[in-house]
Design a protein around this ligand. Structure first.
Ligand SMILES: NC(=O)c1ccc[n+]([C@@H]2O[C@H](COP(=O)([O-])OP(=O)(O)OC[C@H]3O[C@@H](n4cnc5c(N)ncnc54)[C@H](O)[C@@H]3O)[C@@H](O)[C@H]2O)c1
Length: 273
């Protein structure tokens, strides 16, 4: 899809992958509607970009609320007249055993990661189909293609996003609207501090800042720069590629998981027992 002089909507745009992508899309000549639940941080980043001459609009949005996603669409149309690229990128995580995850935490993680993506699709796709042009990128994760312990609620939503996005791609085939599914491995963002946005009802504490080097240590990997992920997203949109797998190790892990499935072996933790 052509990007120049067109409009993008990016959720989770105040931080990490969403912010890096916003900056990249502006460099590509797009106008960008930045949506995020962290209103202060969103306003600060949008002001910084606007002061440098960028065509941005900040719309504080909780993607888990359909009325707010519809308001995001209306604000986009009011300001820019149409939406050509939607990136359903906002996401959160809470690490704990699935069987000890309280209902309020499930509600939060499912609301943001799965319903947020679904609401974005059902709100914006009809506009794109009608105009016969557009592209939707849904952010899943490598965690949507294979599982590890302690992130059950996250895996449940990210597997859900992969399924929804595969179905959407088939449904929109031939409409002029492309679909991509982003499945990153570790990226240098604030996702490990995601409980900063958790509703009080979850009982989750506000996290301390966690150095990325600590996370790299226990995950035995090196985090990717979010600007490199943004570059991969832009390439996939232009080339109309469905899968955006940032690291080749994802394919190895999926192959192992599928081999287990094929052989009917029980799931095994990559970290051992
Ligand atoms: N960083 C990684 O290693 C990694 C790996 C795989 C997938 N992902 C996915 O990438 C996406 C972006 O996360 P990130 O890594 O940039 O983390 P991040 O925490 O830096 O950014 C996420 C943004 O989403 C916003 N957000 C949270 N709840 C929201 C809500 N209800 N409505 C609107 N916005 C909300 C946050 O305020 C934040 O600005 C997420 O979907 C995440 O699951 C990240």
């Amino acid at each position: 899809m052509e990007l120049t002089d067109r409009t993008a909507v990016v959720t989770g745009a105040a931080s990490g992958i969403g912010l890096a992508l916003t900056e990249r899309l502006l460099d590509e000549g797009m106008s960008v509607v930045m949506a995020d639940v962290e209103a202060e941080r969103l306003a600060a980043e949008a002001t910084r970009l606007a002061d440098a001459g960028a065509a941005v609009l900040a719309v504080p949005t909780d993607v888990a609320e359909i009325a707010q996603v519809e308001a995001l669409r209306d604000a986009t149309l009011d300001r820019f007249g149409s939406a050509h690229l939607l990136v359903n990128n906002a996401g959160v995580a809470a690490g704990m055993p699935s069987w000890r995850t309280p209902a309020a935490v499930y509600d939060w993680v499912v609301g943001v990661n799965l319903l947020g993506v679904a609401y974005g699709v059902s709100t914006f796709a009809p506009l794109m189909v009608e105009q016969g042009e557009g592209h939707i990128v849904n952010t899943a994760s490598e965690a949507g293609l294979s599982a590890t312990p302690m992130l059950g609620s996250y895996h449940a939503t990210k597997y859900g996003v992969v399924g929804l996005t595969e179905a959407l791609s088939m449904e929109l085939d031939g409409t002029g609207v492309g679909v991509s599914c982003l499945c990153p491995e570790l990226v240098d963002t604030k996702i490990f501090e995601a409980t900063r946005n958790a509703p009080e009802a979850t009982g989750l504490p506000k996290p301390p800042p966690i150095p990325m080097s600590t996370i790299e240590g226990f995950m035995h990997t090196v985090a990717m720069d979010p600007r490199d992920v943004a570059g991969q997203i832009v390439y996939a949109v232009r080339a109309n590629r469905f899968w955006i797998l940032t690291h080749s190790v994802t394919r190895t892990r999926v192959a192992e998981r599928n081999a287990d499935l094929d052989a009917q072996r029980n799931p095994r933790s990559p970290f051992g027992r």
